[in-house]
Design a protein around this ligand. Structure first.
Ligand code: PXL
Length: 277
């Protein structure tokens, strides 16, 4: 009898890793990453940093895992899977950040995307105040790309940003200072057009899109960095990966779902009429 497993065609998805927190409400954090990755046909693995009790409008409780448990998860995944790219989300404490930035960990991760998560859309702190320096000094120098929103870019470059020109300058400053590509997201600048800036290896790219009316944005940042990680794992060039990730988030917001009183992103917008993940 023929051995089926030897003749069947097997799809070989790129493997990606999320080092991030759990959002019990399913719209952001590691849940958004895994849902996005299913939609984009990459194989998602995870290293959980924190458990949160939350819904889109508030964080009720946070429990961090022991840093050593975070380390064990990353090591186990990297030792047993061909990880092409990883992203970090909610890291919460300086101890966890230093674990992720350690050299032996970085060796198993060819491409690292840092989403410098600091504050939830609801206003809750997702990074301890004393951990910002660890993001800057330990983690960013290890990253291929960092994806700050306006508020995070202000913290990373140390001054306020109130115009597109200042956002462009901030992307360059962060990129040059930390030797990393920087995608500075302009959504919080206001206006009918949203402009995001990519600064990569001395080149600047601007991405313009019409602002979506009254979109619920909880999880949009996580989804963007997850999609970016997937496209980089699929070997797209940086500016193409950014363009594609922006499109993915735009569609997921535009076709958002009704889930009880909430309107989460439709992570499965690209997989048919119902599309929910
Ligand atoms: O969107 C940032 C973010 C990241 N990670 C977790 C979150 C949130 C936002 O709420 O809950 C776990």
């Amino acid at each position: 009898m023929m051995n089926q497993s030897k003749t069947a065609q097997h799809f070989e998805p790129a493997v990606v890793l999320s080092i991030a927190g759990s959002d019990s409400g399913g719209g952001a954090g590691i849940q958004a990453d895994v849902k996005t990755w299913s939609a984009l046909k990459v194989f998602g693995t995870t290293a959980l940093t924190c458990v949160t009790a939350q819904h889109p409008n508030g964080v009720e409780a946070i429990t961090a895992l022991e840093p050593d448990m975070v380390l064990q998860q990353i090591k186990t995944v990297c030792d047993h899977f061909p990880v092409r790219a990883a992203k970090t989300g909610m890291l919460y404490s300086a101890d966890i950040i230093r674990i992720v930035a350690a050299e032996d960990i970085r060796e198993g991760i060819p491409v690292l995307v840092v989403d410098p998560v600091m504050v939830a859309a609801s206003g809750a702190r997702l990074l301890k105040a004393d951990a910002v320096d660890a993001i800057k000094n330990d983690l960013l120098p290890q990253a291929r790309v960092v994806t700050p929103n306006l508020h995070e870019a202000e913290i990373l470059c140390g001054h306020s940003i109130s115009s597109l020109d200042e956002l462009r300058a901030a992307a360059r400053e962060i990129g040059d200072h930390f030797d990393v590509a920087c995608i500075a997201k302009g959504g919080h600048l206001g206006g009918d057009e949203v402009v995001d800036v990519l600064y990569d290896e001395g080149e600047e790219y601007l991405f313009e899109a019409p602002r979506l009316p009254a979109a619920q944005t909880h999880g949009a940042g996580c989804t963007f960095s997850a999609a970016l990680t997937a496209y980089l794992a699929q070997r797209m060039l940086m500016h193409e990966a950014v363009q594609s990730a922006k499109r993915f988030v735009h569609q997921a917001l535009e076709q958002s779902l009704r889930v009880g009183p909430h309107q989460p992103l439709n992570f499965g917008w690209n997989s048919g009429a119902a599309g929910a993940q």
